[in-house]
Design a protein around this ligand. Structure first.
Ligand code: CO8
Length: 261
C-alpha cells in the first residue's frame, strides 16, 4: 500500500519493519530535482520518527535508479544559486539517517544518482546496472560526494578513471571493486534487497543503529579513534534488555524477541 503524500515517490507502509521508498519520476529517469530530493528527505524524516520502520529499502525503476541531478534544473542555477542550493539540507538528512538503507539498483545509476546510491549502507544491483559519474562531460564535477565516497568505495585508480573520463562501469565491475555487495537478475533486485532488509529488521534496533554508526565512523577516521568509538558503543549495548534477551535466547536455544530496549 503506498502513501500519496508524495508526488515523485512511492512510499509503502512498513511491512515487518521494512519500508520501501521508490523514486518515481519515470519521464526523466528519476533525475533528482530539488523537489524530489526534498520529498525523499521528508520521507526519511517520517521514517526516522516511526518506530515501525527499522530499515528502508530505496529503489528506482528497472530502467533507472536515478540518472543524476536534473540537468534542466541545473541549467537554471547560477553560482549564487549553487552556493544557496537547498539540496544541501536534503543530502544532510540522508547522511544523518540513523537506520540502515538498502539500495536496490537497476539500470542507470549516474551522477547524483550514483551519489545517492552511495549514501545507502548496502547496495544490491541488477545485472544491467550502470554506475557512473558523468559530470565531467558537462564541464563540472560531482557535487554530492562522488569524488570522495566513490574513491573510498572503489579505490583511487578506478574512482579517478570514472570521475575523469565520465565512463560508467557495469554491475560486475562494481561488485569486484566493492561498490555493491550483490548482483541479481534485474527482477530479483528489489526482492533480494527486501530480504536482506528483513533480516536486519529482526535484530535489535539499538545494536543495528550503533553497528551502522561504528562502521560509518570507521570510514571517516583513523583506526584508533574508530576502535575507541566501537568500544564505547559495545559498552553501551551491555546495558540493554535486548542484549540480555539475545544471550538468554541463545542459551535457551530459542529465537530472541528484541524490543529495542
Ligand atoms: N536530468 C534531466 N533529465 C534527464 C536526465 C538528467 N540527469 N537524464 C535523463 N533525463 C531525461 C531525458 O532528458 C529524457 O527526457 P525527454 O524525453 O523529455 O528528452 C528522458 O530522461 C529519457 O532520457 P533519454 O532519452 O536520454 O534516454 P536514453 O536511454 O537515450 O539515455 C542516459 C539515458 C544515458 C541516462 C541519458 O539520459 C543521459 O546521459 N542522462 C544524463 C546523465 C548525466 O549526465 N547525469 C549527471 C547529471 S549532473 C549531476 O548529477 C551532478 C550532481 C551534482 C550534485 C547532486 C545534486 C542532486
Amino acid at each position: 500500500m503506498s502513501n500519496n503524500a508524495y508526488e515523485m515517490l512511492n512510499v509503502a507502509e512498513p511491512v515487518d519493519g521494512v519500508q520501501q521508498i521508490q523514486l518515481d519520476r519515470p519521464e526523466a529517469l528519476n533525475a533528482l530535482t530539488t523537489a524530489l530530493l526534498g520529498e525523499l528527505s521528508r520521507a526519511l524524516d517520517v521514517a526516522e520518527a516511526n518506530s515501525h520502520v527499522k530499515v528502508v529499502v530505496l529503489t528506482g525503476s528497472i530502467r533507472a535508479f536515478a540518472a543524476g541531478a536534473d540537468v534542466k534544473e541545473m541549467a537554471e542555477r547560477d553560482l549564487v544559486g549553487i552556493v544557496n542550493d537547498p539540496r544541501q539540507q536534503s543530502w544532510q538528512r540522508i547522511t544523518q539517517f540513523s537506520k540502515p538503507i538498502v539500495a536496490a539498483i537497476n539500470g542507470y545509476c549516474l551522477g547524483g544518482g550514483c551519489e545517492l546510491a552511495m549514501h545507502a549502507d548496502i547496495l544490491i544491483a541488477g545485472t544491467d546496472a550502470k554506475f557512473g559519474q558523468p559530470e565531467i562531460n558537462l564541464g563540472i564535477i560531482p557535487g554530492a560526494g562522488g569524488t570522495q565516497r566513490l574513491v573510498r568505495a572503489v579505490g583511487k585508480s578506478l574512482g579517478m578513471q570514472m570521475v575523469l573520463t565520465g565512463q560508467p562501469i557495469n554491475a560486475e565491475q562494481a561488485k569486484s571493486a566493492g561498490l555493491i555487495s550483490e548482483i541479481t537478475q534485474p527482477e530479483l533486485t528489489l526482492p533480494r534487497a527486501m530480504e536482506v532488509a528483513s533480516q536486519i529488521a529482526q535484530k535489535s534496533a539499538l545494536a543495528v543503529r550503533l553497528a551502522k554508526e561504528c562502521v560509518l565512523k570507521g570510514m571517516d577516521t583513523d583506526l584508533a579513534t574508530g576502535l575507541r568509538f566501537e568500544r564505547h558503543a559495545f559498552t553501551v549495548l551491555s546495558g540493554t534488555k535486548d542484549r540480555d534477551e539475545g544471550i538468554a535466547a541463545f542459551l535457551e536455544k530459542r529465537k530472541p524477541t528484541f524490543t529495542g530496549q
